[in-house]
Design a protein around this ligand. Structure first.
Ligand SMILES: Cc1cc2nc3c(=O)[nH]c(=O)nc-3n(C[C@H](O)[C@H](O)[C@H](O)COP(=O)(O)OP(=O)(O)OC[C@H]3O[C@@H](n4cnc5c(N)ncnc54)[C@H](O)[C@@H]3O)c2cc1C
Length: 406
């Protein structure tokens, strides 16, 4: 196992200070390491996650070579030539587990933002103290955006939040964590080959969830009541002016509708399973209130906004992968983690095999199936190598026999 930094590098280097997992402790488990602490319904800090992964790494028999940056993997000599910062190696198979969130996704028009406005992404954001005083525009209202907008508002700054497509979820439903429902009802186990629109499922943003001791819901209504200004999806920049879509009400209505459908599904499942007194009565939540006429323009030259935080998502970084396995958008072409190049596999990508694939608790099931595939590919390969070497030996013997008789 080659790791460019330390074990759990992303949790040590690429997370903001206040981050807590949005998955509850009982769910944030690794194979053989269930949560055994005093607070199963709490949420881990990034440091807790790093400690969990450290413990797992110490238990695994696989050697972990830290401080080893992979700079190239290319097909060569019946396998792959791997170049690293600590030397080269040859490998028959490669499992790409380099993460789904290595680089921030920032729209091209960011380059048209006037220079008086600072820009940063969550990979470099640490806490509000690291930002200049003054207004902040947070772009993106999924898990990262809503958390950072709330934290920045609490620091006393004026905050505007640009809202595009998002997934609204309450923190708890019928007395249980909403992720308990996702898990127990089987939604998280829905398989990639059973989804109607896999490409869309893979593009879905993370849910609006935050892990707090109070198990509080952090939705757009909460943010608005904190004094955060909601604006529509940021469409472009023209002459230093940010232009927002007028569809804020529609994207919120769509998220409300999808939430209703999900809760219906949970209720149906609870009825079938006869959960009865194990859960509270069904609930429904008020539709998201949106401003009557949200701002459509914001002059970035005016000084009103000093910082833009791009919470517009993340993407993997495959600049080191010298094999023709990426699509036009730079995404890995794979079927359930089986990449088009023989012996190359992937783990930890969105809906790789299941809806839960990118969550800590989701890797185990995927890994088992991907590794099974790899093992049977390797044994088929070994068997065909034995057959072809036997054939070669048999050919040599018959050639020798033929030359002896002549
Ligand atoms: C902000 C944020 C919050 C999240 N919150 C949750 C949550 O609450 N609950 C949850 O279950 N999941 C959460 N996730 C998802 C979480 O990242 C995954 O569950 C988990 O970390 C995935 O592990 P991974 O090993 O696949 O990827 P990563 O944790 O990204 O690890 C990939 C590793 O590969 C290394 N690497 C990359 N490129 C190279 C290279 N060229 N050479 C050598 N090494 C390389 C990196 O240094 C890194 O250590 C969150 C993700 C983000 C970004």
């Amino acid at each position: 196992m080659l790791e460019r930094g330390e074990v759990a590098n992303s949790w040590r280097r690429e997370r903001w200070e206040s981050l807590r997992l949005l998955t509850p402790n009982w769910q944030s488990r690794l194979p053989g390491l269930p949560y055994e602490g005093p607070d199963p319904d709490g949420y881990m800090t990034a440091a807790d996650v790093a400690e969990l992964i450290d413990r797992f790494a110490a238990r695994t028999p696989a050697p972990v070579r830290t401080g080893t940056n992979v700079t190239s993997v290319r097909p060569a000599d019946d396998g792959y030539h791997v170049t690293t910062s600590s030397g080269d190696m040859h490998s028959r198979a490669v499992v790409i587990a380099s993460g789904a969130c290595n680089l921030p996704t920032v729209p091209d028009f960011a380059s048209a933002v006037p220079p008086n406005v600072e820009q940063l992404t969550p990979l470099h954001y640490r806490d509000p103290a690291g930002l200049s005083d003054g207004g902040v525009l947070v772009v993106g209202a999924s898990a990262t955006g809503v958390q950072l907008a709330a934290e920045l508002r609490r620091s006393g700054r004026p905050v505007a939040l640009s809202v595009g497509e998002h997934v609204r979820l309450p923190r708890t439903y019928r007395g249980r964590d909403v992720l308990w429902w996702m898990d127990a009802s089987g939604v998280w186990d829905q398989r990639h080959d059973e989804l109607d629109d896999l490409a869309r499922a893979r593009r879905l943003p993370s849910p609006q969830l935050v892990g707090t001791p109070e198990r509080a819901t952090l939705n757009l209504g909460e943010l608005a009541s904190m004094g955060i200004e909601l604006v529509g999806r940021w469409a472009t920049v023209r002459d230093g002016i940010a232009l927002f879509s007028g569809g804020l009400r529609n994207v919120c209505a769509l998220a409300d509708l999808k939430l209703e459908r999900l809760l219906d599904l949970f209720d149906d499942w609870a009825g079938t399973e006869q959960l009865g007194g194990d859960v509270d009565a069904p609930e429904r939540f008020a539709p998201t209130e949106t401003p009557d006429s949200p701002r459509l323009q914001l002059d970035l030259r005016s000084g009103e906004i000093r910082t833009i935080v791009w919470a517009t998502g993340y993407r993997p970084d495959y600049r080191w992968l010298d094999a023709p396995v990426l699509d036009r958008k730079g995404q890995l072409r794979h079927d359930g983690g089986v990449v088009e190049s023989p012996g190359v596999y992937a783990l930890g990508l969105p809906v790789l095999r299941r809806r839960k694939s990118t969550f800590i608790c989701g890797i185990e099931d995927d890994a088992r199936e991907v590794v099974d595939h790899l093992a049977s590919w390797a044994s088929r390969r070994a068997a065909s190598a034995i057959t072809s070497s036997r054939l070669q030996n048999a050919n040599r013997t018959s050639v020798r026999a033929a030359s002896a008789s002549s």
